[in-house]
Design a protein around this ligand. Structure first.
Ligand SMILES: [Zn+2]
Length: 93
C-alpha cells in the first residue's frame, strides 16, 4: 500500500494527424470497415482503432500522410468520406 498513484490512469492515445498525444476522450476512434475508415465515437466497434482529433485539420494531415491504412494495418487506401462528414458535423456545433 504505497501512496503512489499510477500516472497511466488516464489513457493517452496519439492523434494520427498531428501526432500529438491526448486523452482518449479528446480523440475520435476510427476503425476500418472494408475499404472505408469510419468514425466510432462510442468505441464499440471491433478491431484495431486509430485515433484522431475530430477536426478537419488533423483529418487532412492523416489522409495526406496515409496514416489511417498504416495505423489500421490495411494494405489499400481508405475511403474517409464518412469520417469527413462526421468531423464536419461535430466541428459545426
Ligand atoms: Zn490531432
Amino acid at each position: 500500500m504505497s501512496g503512489r498513484t499510477h500516472t497511466g490512469a488516464c489513457p493517452e492515445r496519439t492523434c494520427v494527424g498531428c501526432r500529438e498525444r491526448a486523452a482518449r476522450t479528446e480523440l475520435l476512434r476510427t476503425v476500418a470497415i472494408k475499404d472505408a475508415c469510419v468514425p466510432d465515437p462510442r468505441g464499440t466497434l471491433p478491431g484495431r482503432g486509430a485515433y484522431v482529433h475530430p477536426v478537419s485539420v488533423c483529418l487532412d494531415q492523416a489522409v495526406r500522410r496515409r496514416a489511417f491504412p498504416r495505423a489500421l494495418r490495411v494494405p489499400g487506401p481508405l475511403d474517409v468520406m464518412a469520417l469527413r462528414r462526421y468531423v464536419e458535423q461535430t466541428e459545426g456545433c
